[in-house]
Design a binder for this molecule. Structure first.
Ligand code: PDD
Length: 285
């Protein structure tokens, strides 16, 4: 059975789903996206992703082709039609298809909306949560509005390839001496009682997982510092970890070839992962 995807109002087998070659997502990366995880056949933090989608669209003066209720229904339909118990749902909205011109097209051009599922077993039971990730540092060479979740992902792809070539799993990006974030995740260190992660701004994506994890950390009386940190500080930290919709909370045990703490996943990280998964499973829709 082929995967059923959603394109502009239709549920179709993936082989039949098409988008115009004039689509501005294709020509200009003029599009935004969201990735929502599915656990036990339910959506994790759908409301958070829907809210950020609206924000990305607003920042780019792009129309939202669906209401939040319609979007939820599409997500649920795709989960059901593809029998997904664990995996990811990818959503992309672009400004639509128009003759090539840098200026935005006329108001009547309809946005394109595409969603598809990726079945992934072992998202929650990811063995990497026990062993931890190795990361390298690279310069952050992305554009200046990283708070908008656009589909311009070439530099993050290059970063993942650089990590792979260095025998690592991912890269953290550094700008003006401070860590911004991972190629597709937010970056954290733990020192003493404090969880340290970069403050929100245009320099990083406002992670939906980040917001929930920081909320749970504060509720558990952990100290949270939202401020920039350097790679040197990270290497001298007790623990390090990342968060994202696809990895939840994942320990980092090595940075640029140097062990973080004792080189094993840390206790604070393990606790946050556990709290996050427990709470988000309960709240899943
Ligand atoms: N990436 N920072 C960047 C640059 C990201 O691409 C992502 C998400 C995050 C974490 O955001 P969230 O917690 O909302 O997933 C931070 C997704 C998972 C991806 O591109 O696949």
């Amino acid at each position: 059975m082929s995967r059923i995807v959603y394109v502009n109002g239709d549920y179709l087998p993936e082989e039949q789903a098409t988008v115009s070659i004039f689509d501005r997502g294709f020509l200009f990366a003029d599009g935004v996206y969201e990735v929502t995880s599915v656990l036990d056949g339910k959506l994790i933090d759908f409301a958070g992703h829907a809210k950020r989608l609206q924000r990305s669209l607003d920042e780019l003066e792009m129309k939202n082709p669906t209401t939040e209720d319609e979007l939820l229904e599409i997500h649920r339909q795709l989960v059901a039609r593809n029998d997904i118990t664990e995996g990811l749902i990818y959503l992309q909205v672009t400004r639509g298809a128009a003759d090539r011109d840098f200026a935005y097209p006329a108001e009547d051009v309809k946005p394109t909306i595409v969603l598809f599922t990726q079945a992934k077993t072992g998202l929650a039971d990811n063995p990497m949560a026990k062993t931890g990730m190795k990361i390298i540092s690279i310069e952050d060479q992305r554009w200046g509005r990283r708070d908008i979740k656009t589909v311009q992902l070439l530099y993050p792809s290059m970063g993942k390839m650089a990590a792979k070539a260095a025998g690592a799993h991912d890269a953290w990006m550094v700008e003006d001496g401070f860590v911004t974030e991972g190629t597709s995740n937010n970056a954290y260190i733990v020192k003493g009682n404090s969880i340290i992660t970069r403050h929100l701004g245009h320099e990083i994506l406002h992670g939906i997982t980040r917001a929930a994890v920081l909320r749970f950390a504060r509720e558990a009386q952990m100290k949270v510092e939202e401020r920039p940190f350097t790679m040197e500080e990270a290497k001298a930290a007790d623990e390090a970890f990342i968060t994202s919709a696809s990895t939840f909370v994942m320990p980092v045990v090595e940075i640029d070839g140097e062990a973080v703490g004792n080189g094993q996943p840390g206790e604070v990280t393990a606790r946050l992962r556990e709290i996050y998964l427990d709470e988000m499973r309960k709240a899943a829709v």
